[in-house]
Design a protein. Structure first.
Length: 250
């Protein structure tokens, strides 16, 4: 169902001593909507994602996931409830295969504490979830290869597959295009378009051409605060955004 609200932040703040890294930020993520979060380095984007995912506790405010108050839930509990995220830096196991990386992620979503006889590698649910995620991101042909043999773009695809293996409803993607070329970037953007109908997606990205190409909504942060949140057309024409971030070239 497009337009269904899956994640919401209500006046969320995160302080580090006297520094407000995130200052009274509110936003909503809806199924079928790709919501981009942009801002200069230090604007608070990654801190906000860490708060939404449960890696950092809020100093003030409330976070809702699928209609439930998850403000005080741990990151693993939020992940099991349907929240997946990727990171700026790779969290993959480089000596493991593509399939093994995804299977390990899926395994956390299909706990089998009662079954201590069957090897985890033979868990049908985990394997099916892993294989399905790999196919969705277009890595089926390299499922048996180790991470060290993949291109940088393929690793970025795999990081998204690892998220998908946990069968999330919400995806928080932190700079998935970082360090990859135009062709590989195009594949990632096409993948995001494919994933959008079934997910709510928050995309943190510095590539403005990519952001304005795929985003349905854009939120702009400066010094921990939101200065604009609107359609790409409205954000592009916002004078405060142009002064603070985009410059005259956009």
């Amino acid at each position: 169902m497009s337009g269904e609200r899956l994640l919401a932040a209500h006046a969320v703040s995160r302080r580090f001593g006297g520094l407000r890294a995130v200052d009274e930020v509110s936003l909503e993520l809806e199924r079928g909507v790709l919501h981009a979060l942009i801002g200069t380095n230090g604007a608070g984007k990654s801190t906000l994602i860490n708060v939404l995912s449960g890696e950092l506790a809020v100093s003030h405010g409330r976070v809702e996931l699928l209609g439930r108050d998850v403000t005080h839930w741990s990151q693993p509990r939020r992940a099991r409830a349907g929240l997946g995220r990727s990171y700026q830096r790779s969290t993959l196991f480089p000596s493991f295969t593509v399939l093994e990386n995804c299977r390990l992620a899926a395994q956390a979503h299909f706990p089998r504490a009662w079954d201590w006889i069957t090897p985890a590698t033979r868990c049908r649910d985990s394997l099916q979830a892993a294989e399905g995620a790999i196919e969705r991101v277009g890595l089926g042909a390299v499922a048996g290869r180790t991470v060290t043999t993949l291109s940088h773009g393929e690793r970025r695809q795999l990081e998204i597959a690892v998220c998908l293996a946990t069968q999330p409803s919400v995806l928080l993607l932190d700079e998935p295009l970082a360090g990859i070329g135009a062709d590989e970037s195009g594949r990632i953007l096409a993948l995001l378009e494919q994933l959008k109908p079934g997910h709510a997606i928050l995309l943190v990205e510095h590539d403005m051409d990519a952001v304005f190409r795929v985003a349905d909504r854009i939120t702009v942060m400066v010094n921990g605060r939101v200065i604009a949140s609107d359609t790409p057309e409205e954000v592009r024409g916002n004078a405060e955004v142009q002064r603070a971030y985009l410059g005259d070239g956009h």
